[in-house]
Design a protein around this ligand. Structure first.
Ligand code: PEP
Ligand code: MG
Length: 297
């Protein structure tokens, strides 16, 4: 099996009938970067930036964040890194944020909600991301979006940061892509409108399943009910891909479902452009994609 996987290292991720898929990896720490390269991922489709906040006993500074993102881009040598802005809250709590205890943290003050409530904190991360973008191919992704208004607010804050950088003549990539995670039913349903606001969608199937089925993804006692192949989830994914394409943007999947080889053909037929999976899942997925012929009924 290992020898078989070696045969799909350093070959394109393409189906038998010629459809090219971007095959990226998910990471949660720069320590995972060697794994990304060792497994021949074509980029990073989801960099969970929480690590800097979880590792520290106080808010990480702009410099600390900048250095971490810059190093990541340097290691990637031109490959894309999609970096998700802070997704603290829910299952990832940090004392110094002083978040009030919640009965339903998964539905509470988390991710973009914290960032829009505390723009100071958000701006620090966005400045670090913009500055790092001068050193490679970086894309910014906002998590837990539920509305067009939120995306506009987040983009406005990003624009303010970029104007400040311009004023100080600090370099950043002006063509940097900005996208959102589609991981709430609201964002999937509104994906036609949201697609006009961003450069890409990345579907977070873990949260999308949790919120669509109203089943806590952390409750192992509910595993029997957590059907990630549920037609409601698959319809939302299909609708998101179609709406993204109608607006001319690319659509990926970065939740666990992207690595589910029993769904690979379904996702490719839906038209998915990118799949981002844990590093060990990269080569098995490439092998699967290369075995598929979408011309065959
Ligand atoms: C998801 O929700 O599918 C996702 C990729 O994000 P996370 O697992 O970090 O919540
Ligand atoms: Mg999520």
């Amino acid at each position: 099996c290992k020898a078989r996987l070696e045969q799909v290292r350093h070959v394109p991720t393409v189906t038998r009938d010629g459809r090219v898929i971007k095959l990226f990896a998910n990471i949660g720490n720069p320590g995972n970067l060697p794994q990304v390269l060792a497994n021949d991922a074509e980029g990073i489709g989801l960099f969970r930036s929480e690590f800097l906040y979880l590792e520290n006993s106080d808010y990480p500074t702009e410099e600390q964040q900048f250095e971490a993102y810059k190093k990541t881009l340097e290691v990637l040598e031109g490959k894309t890194a999609v970096i998700r802005t802070l997704d603290i809250g829910a299952d990832k709590q940090v004392d110094y944020f002083d978040l009030a205890p919640e009965v339903n943290p998964a539905m509470g003050m988390r991710a973009i909600r914290i960032c829009l409530t505390r723009p100071d904190l958000f701006k620090t991360q966005l400045r670090a991301l913009c500055r790092a973008s001068a050193f490679g191919k970086l894309a910014i992704m906002f998590p837990m979006i539920i509305s067009v208004a939120e995306v506009r607010k987040a983009k406005k804050i990003l624009e303010e940061v970029q104007i400040e950088l311009d004023e100080k003549a600090i370099a950043y990539d002006k063509d940097m892509e900005v996208g959102i995670m589609v991981e709430t039913p609201a964002s999937a349903v509104m994906s036609d409108e949201l697609a006009k606001e961003v450069d890409f969608f990345s579907i977070g199937s873990n949260d999308l399943t949790q919120y669509t089925l109203a089943i806590d993804r952390q409750q192992t006692a509910l595993d029997a009910f957590f059907d990630s192949h549920h037609p409601a989830v698959l319809r939302l994914i299909q609708q998101t891909i179609e709406n993204g394409h109608k607006a001319g943007i690319w659509v990926g999947i970065c939740g666990e479902l992207g690595a589910d080889l029993t769904l690979t053909e379904t996702f490719l037929r839906m038209g998915v452009d990118e799949l981002s999976v844990s590093p060990p899942a990269v080569l098995p997925l490439r092998e699967k994609i290369r075995s598929l012929d979408l011309n065959k009924a």
